[in-house]
Design a protein around this ligand. Structure first.
Ligand SMILES: Nc1ncnc2c1ncn2[C@@H]1O[C@H](COP(=O)(O)OP(=O)(O)O)[C@@H](O)[C@H]1O
Ligand SMILES: [Mg+2]
Length: 472
């Protein structure tokens, strides 16, 4: 057979592009390309292990790198309303270049006040010396105190401390005054205009960085995880001892997925949160606020935080009904809904794809040896059997997570037997082991199902007899 004319799967080419690694879901791939390119939404419907998560990740890999950084900046006039700041990649790079271009000058060439504050110049005799030494090498006077002592707080003496940077307004020709920053860098002073002061992190918190992944996975575990939050501060953001409000702002998955893919597995488990998700998708922005009403975070709020994402939702067939109708129509209205295949046609081309799949799983695993052609043939047989047994169809199964489990188990057996390849017998043993687990599951599920039915029957009886009002 042509598709089995190779020594081991080491010879099989594994595509680099993750979408090309997806097997037997060609109809989804076509849509996946459109979704990535046109920024549509997508609902993947299908049983576990057919590649929903895998496809979502592959879509994200097609989306170009983000162009915006989102930050919150402290707002002196109203600390509980941090200011939203959106910067483009170009602007960030420009600022970085300007920072690099900032002049490095001799401490003698900056104003006296500045060189004193930075720890270069003696306040008494005016001599410049090493900023690391707190004693003037010329007159022996104290240039600054290395530590802030508790006595300093109570003494009338002015505290002489050393600053790392100093802000100062200076006249600047015709344009009037301009603020400069002087920063100590070893034995030199870096000077730049304070418009660049923005770059200083302590005044802002970048909540969605420019270099980020385009794939964000969210669960419906908590509102805060999905929508963001403002952390509690025991000091209530007190100006001196508390953590400033803007520092406590935490983005939600919807914000982190800005310009990328937001993947929600088992979309139906979101429950009521689906409503917020719908709003976020409609508005493409969503406020971040403290979600715990008893927390000091509850008074803090940042409006209009961008969240322009591609939603990829995954659900099992049975759960289609538990998706909020407006959310579903939103997805369909500006996107696609697709059903994943569970079986593909049994032909040489598709058998070859299973060989490619085997090679992929082995190289992804990294800990198991490659498989022989005979071993692949055995895997193909198992794929035929499973298509028939699980889905009642002739073909090759696409419940590939399970098949991947068999490949890995066979690999482990090969390792234990010190074999350099996975051969037919390893696959057979793995299939046997996996089967025995399935049989056990079938047993317990079968009886659990029966138990469930007997409960149901009891309830019905009770209801008929008026003992219970439970809805059944
Ligand atoms: N169609 C497929 N093509 C290639 N590999 C697949 C496919 N479906 C599943 N797999 C393999 O099985 C693993 C689990 O699939 P996953 O995407 O998590 O399934 P689901 O999200 O539908 O439950 C994947 O990481 C991949 O290795
Ligand atoms: Mg999954």
């Amino acid at each position: 057979m042509d598709y089995l004319s190779f020594g081991t799967t080491a010879e099989i080419k594994v595509p680099k592009n993750p979408l090309e690694q997806v097997i037997g879901q060609e109809h989804v791939l076509e849509i996946a390309h459109i979704v990535a390119r046109q920024k549509r939404h997508l609902l993947l419907v299908g049983p576990p292990g057919t590649g929903k998560s895998f496809i979502a990740g592959a879509i994200a890999s097609l989306i170009p790198p983000p162009t915006q950084q989102i930050a919150v900046v402290s707002n002196e006039d109203n600390p509980d309303r941090p200011i939203l700041e959106i910067k483009t990649r170009e602007l960030i790079e420009k600022e970085k270049r300007e920072m690099r271009r900032a002049k490095l000058v001799d401490p003698r060439d900056v104003p006296y006040y500045v060189s004193e504050r930075l720890g270069f110049r003696c306040r008494k005799c005016g001599t410049i010396s090493d900023p690391e030494s707190n004693i003037c090498l010329y007159c022996g006077a104290e240039k600054y105190r290395k530590t802030k002592n508790i006595e300093d707080m109570f003494s009338d003496m002015p505290r002489i401390t050393r600053d790392d940077k100093v802000f100062m307004k200076r006249r600047n020709g015709k344009s009037g005054e301009e603020e400069y920053i002087y920063e100590r860098r070893g034995n030199k002073v870096k000077v730049y205009k304070s418009k660049l002061m923005d770059i200083y992190e302590q005044q802002r918190k970048v909540i969605v960085p420019i270099d980020r992944k385009t794939f964000v996975q969210a669960t419906g575990a908590s509102e805060a995880e999905l929508l963001g939050d403002v952390r509690h501060d025991p000091y209530g953001g007190h100006p001196e001892i508390g953590i400033p409000p803007h520092e406590r702002v935490i983005p939600g998955a919807i914000h982190e997925a800005h310009e990328g893919v937001l993947f929600i597995d088992e979309l139906s488990t979101l429950g009521e949160l689906q409503r917020y998700l719908l709003t976020a998708m409609q508005e493409k922005k969503f406020p971040i606020l403290g979600r715990n009403t008893t927390s000091t975070g509850a008074v803090v709020r940042v409006d209009n935080v961008p969240c322009d994402f591609v939603l990829v939702g995954a659900i099992n067939i049975n759960d289609v009904g538990s998706i909020l109708p407006p959310l579903r129509s939103r997805i369909i209205g500006s996107g696609y809904e697709v059903l994943l295949n569970t079986v593909m046609e049994d032909c040489d081309e598709n058998r070859m794809k299973l060989v490619q799949f085997t090679a992929q799983e082995i190289s992804k695993d990294k800990r198991i040896p490659h498989a022989t052609a005979d071993a692949c043939e055995q895997i193909i047989r198992e794929a035929q059997l499973r298509a028939r047994q699980i889905d009642g169809k002739d073909g090759l199964t696409l419940r590939l997570r399970d098949l991947s489990g068999i490949i890995k188990m066979a690999g482990d057996i090969a390792i234990v037997e010190s074999s350099e390849t996975i051969d037919k017998n390893h696959v057979r043993k793995a299939i046997q082991r996996a089967r025995s687990i399935e049989e056990q599951l079938l047993d317990s599920y079968g009886s659990a199902w029966k138990a469930g039915m007997s409960d149901y029957a009891t309830l019905r009886r009770k209801k008929r007899d008026g003992f219970t009002s439970e809805i059944i």
